[in-house]
Design a protein around this ligand. Structure first.
Ligand code: K7E
Ligand code: CUA
Length: 768
């Protein structure tokens, strides 16, 4: 017996003997001792107690943060601030196989811009799907500012399923935000440009030919995909549209989009002209765009749209004539626009103005109904009077950006960029309630479910632009700093600094963890990117190699602890398509598959089928293996891709082994296996004597153990068949394989037993 197994079995039999002696040792030092030793104040310890999530316990909220220039989404728990996952969205991410397997390459290919692969994204604003304005935890949307795209992530498995490219814009910023039932996802342009496909248009024609736009993507809830054909856009003046939000409650059917640089300045510092930053901030106000999108949708259905690149666009002429688009001045260079949970107000802040402006939706509606307009813009769009639209304005600090809502009525938090503050204030009465310094230069901020109709209060995260001196130095490129703030009391309390070692996270959203219901395995043979059964699904025992239409298809499987096939033979120059199905049903039993000298790299979660297609262009020997330490014999999860030169003649087909087993070896192996079975039986007896069916984790473990035991039986049969033929070599090898499945069974049984012991399982009376 190899020492490892002897040890495993010893552990196995020793389980149940207490760990009492070690258990008390941790408390040798008192809390006071530790505080003294680490120079912690009462306040520090209180903050720690508010964020600490003990081992094995879970967080109350789950945050989804944009990963900025990394093109991903970061998932972390609140209050612990423990990072749980990076979701690959616009950027290849090898450890997830994203951009390496054929299935995810097809998703990235949807994001091609004008036929070009774009393997980078600048993610800004994630949005969680809502039902009646409440987060439902089913989907996540995120935008790419650089190449105007929106991605759909399915929160059933946290994988990116779809990328859509905006058919008319060149960049965007006002996405993604969802309507109260997530039947629409909004995306607003950023830098005005001639619509896609217009080719070269000189900047001298900026006012006439450059345009902004707002796109309303139709989301098909049943399919979980954006329906591009039913989506539409509204042409906008070249005002640099910015953030957007959907109305809700009384304002449902309307949407709001900020803009900056409504001066329509085009730059030209190298020609001696003042720079953008001067030219774009000449006026005291820019324009808030107020859109009746439900009416716009009706107009599209009535055929009032113009087709641009096959996409329905309502031109500004139509919008002006039909009364679906209105402008309201907003203080200089605004950034955020955030609709209140009751849908009655929207709060806008100007970066170059100290005020937050609270607009009243009711007042806006009355002005529109009375056609009480203050004037028209150069494109014939009606302008409403600022003062008449306002509920109130309040000076909240220098450089206010974004606002988030508390669970307490009328209470909001605004990020103050220049002053590096969070200002807590009352927007109904216009009163400052508290100010808290943050480190440093806060951009967005986020309260729990703060942009839904049911904000949860409790915590706020400050997404800071600069970390400067907050962490151990790691060179000139610093991590980002997310700061956790307790907002449950009257005064805000800073709890924790979390470094984010990735791109700049612009916005984040957080959902109550109990609203998320992700799966732990796929139905066997699933293409996770389409959620359908893969046509390459392979069942155990059906592994094969098939040449079809000039491609060598390898239908393989992975399960602890072998890859099948273990030898793949092809001829130099052949195109090879490897399809591996992970046969596991057990939670967290992911296998990987990588071939030396290639970019073949698959991540195979339980039940998944993934493929990789490549050209075997050079004769040689290429080992492949499983890249996840999945089991004791993980290193033995290996194989060889043999690429033979064209016209190669076989020398010998015989394999040579180093060990020759005898009958005595076989008998010893069987004896060992029988003893092991005895141990397994005792564990099984322990489990089945208890109410294990009340523990879903144990039920899953037992299911997996039963599978492994089934494999053990198959190997036992093979071993015995060889023994009958007196082939002691193969009989002993299969005997070892039988033992390996027993070890896996025992390992699972033990985990189940421990879980039952730790969670107070009861002995059940056997029915007689
Ligand atoms: Cu950085 Cu919303 Cu893109 Cu503000 S955004 S800070
Ligand atoms: Cu499978 Cu390592």
């Amino acid at each position: 017996m190899k020492p490892f197994y002897r040890k495993a079995l010893m552990t196995l039999t020793a389980v149940g003997i207490g760990m009492g002696a070690a258990a008390e040792a941790w408390s040798a030092e008192s809390l006071d001792d530790v505080m003294k030793r680490r120079s912690l104040t009462q306040k520090d310890v209180l903050a720690a107690a508010k964020t600490y999530v003990p081992t094995g316990k879970r967080d109350e909220f789950i945050a989804f943060s944009s990963g900025g220039q990394s093109g991903q989404v970061i998932v972390y728990g609140i209050p612990s601030m423990r990072i749980l996952k990076y979701v690959a969205v616009f950027t290849p991410e090898p450890w997830q196989g994203y951009g390496y397997d054929d299935e995810s390459k097809a998703v990235l290919a949807q994001g091609r811009v004008d036929g070009k692969d774009i393997l980078f994204g600048d993610t800004h604003h994630p949005a969680i799907s809502e039902t009646n304005g409440v987060y439902d935890g089913q989907y996540l949307f995120i935008n790419d500012k650089n190449n105007p795209r929106i991605a759909v992530v399915d929160l059933h498995d946290f994988e990116t399923k779809q990328i859509v490219v905006n058919p008319i814009m060149k960049s965007e910023h006002g996405g993604a935000f969802v309507s109260p039932n997530t039947d629409w996802v909004i995306e607003a342009a950023q830098y005005a440009a001639p619509f896609r496909g217009s080719g070269y248009v000189p900047l001298s024609q900026f006012n006439e030919k450059y345009r902004g736009a707002v796109t309303y993507w139709k989301f098909d809830r049943k399919k979980g995909r954006i329906n591009e054909a039913e989506s539409f856009s509204i042409e906008m003046p070249p005002y640099s549209q910015d953030l957007s939000d959907f109305g809700k409650g009384p304002s449902d059917g309307w949407s709001f989009t900020n803009s900056f640089c409504s001066e329509r300045y085009v730059g030209g510092i190298e020609r001696g002209r003042p720079p953008f930053e001067a030219g774009c901030s000449q006026k005291d106000t820019d324009f808030l765009h107020v859109v009746n999108w439900k009416k716009a949708h009706e107009l599209v259905k009535a055929g009032k749209a113009t087709k641009i690149n096959g996409h329905n666009v309502l031109t500004m002429d139509v919008s002006a004539k039909e009364g679906i688009l209105f402008l309201i001045p907003e203080p200089k260079s605004p950034h955020g626009v955030d609709v209140s949970p009751d849908g009655k107000f929207l709060i806008v802040s100007g970066k170059l103005d100290t005020h937050a402006s609270v607009y009243s939706f009711d007042k806006i509606q009355k002005l529109i109904a009375a056609k009480d307009f203050a004037g028209k813009d150069p494109y014939g769009l009606p302008i409403l009077d600022l003062k008449k639209s306002l509920h109130l304005q309040l000076s909240v600090g220098l450089g206010p950006l974004h606002t988030q809502y508390d669970s307490k009525p009328c209470v909001v938090y605004t990020s103050i960029y220049v002053d590096s503050l969070v200002t807590k204030w009352n927007y109904c009465e216009g009163k400052i309630l508290d100010k808290l310094p943050v480190h440093y230069n806060i951009g967005h901020l986020m309260t729990m479910e703060g942009d839904s109709v049911e904000p949860q209060g409790k915590y706020l995260v400050s997404l800071n632009k600069l970390a400067i001196d907050r962490f151990n130095p790691v060179g000139p490129l610093h991590p980002q700093n997310h700061q956790l703030i307790d907002i449950s009391g009257d005064k805000m309390q800073l709890l924790y600094d979390m470094p984010v070692p990735l791109g700049e996270p612009h916005y984040a959203v957080a959902i109550r963890a109990d609203r998320l219901k992700p799966g732990v395995r796929y139905k066997s043979g699933t293409n996770s990117r389409t959620n359908a059964r893969s046509k390459y699904r392979t069942r155990p025992g059906r592994e094969k190699v098939e040449r079809k239409d000039g491609v060598v298809h390898v239908y393989g499987t992975a399960i602890r602890s072998h890859l099948t096939p273990e030898i793949i033979e092809v001829v130099e120059g052949e195109t090879v398509s490897v399809h591996i199905t992970n046969l596991e049903r057990a939670e967290d039993e992911t296998h990987g598959f990588a071939i030396s000298g290639t970019n073949v790299n698959l991540s195979l979660e339980p039940g998944k089928t993934a493929s990789s297609t490549f050209v075997a262009d050079k004769a040689g020997v290429y080992p492949y293996y499983c890249t996840e330490f999945c089991s004791a014999l993980h290193l033995e999860m290996q194989g060889y891709l043999l690429v033979k030169p064209k016209g190669y003649k076989e020398v010998s087909a015989k394999f040579s082994e180093g060990q020759a087993y005898t009958e005595a070896d076989y008998k010893k192996q069987v004896e060992n296996n029988v003893a092991t079975q005895g141990v397994i039986n005792s564990v099984v007896a322990f489990i089945t004597a208890r109410n294990f069916k009340d523990f879903p984790i144990v039920v899953a473990l037992v299911e997996d153990a039963t599978d492994q035991l089934g494999f053990a039986a198959e190997s036992k049969k093979k071993s015995e068949d060889f023994a009958v033929k007196k082939d002691w070599q193969n009989a002993t090898l299969w005997g070892q394989q039988w033992f390996q499945y027993q070890v896996k069974t025992a390992d699972l049984g033990l985990r189940a037993k421990t879980h039952l012991e730790e969670n107070g399982a009861k002995v059940v009376e056997k029915k007689k």
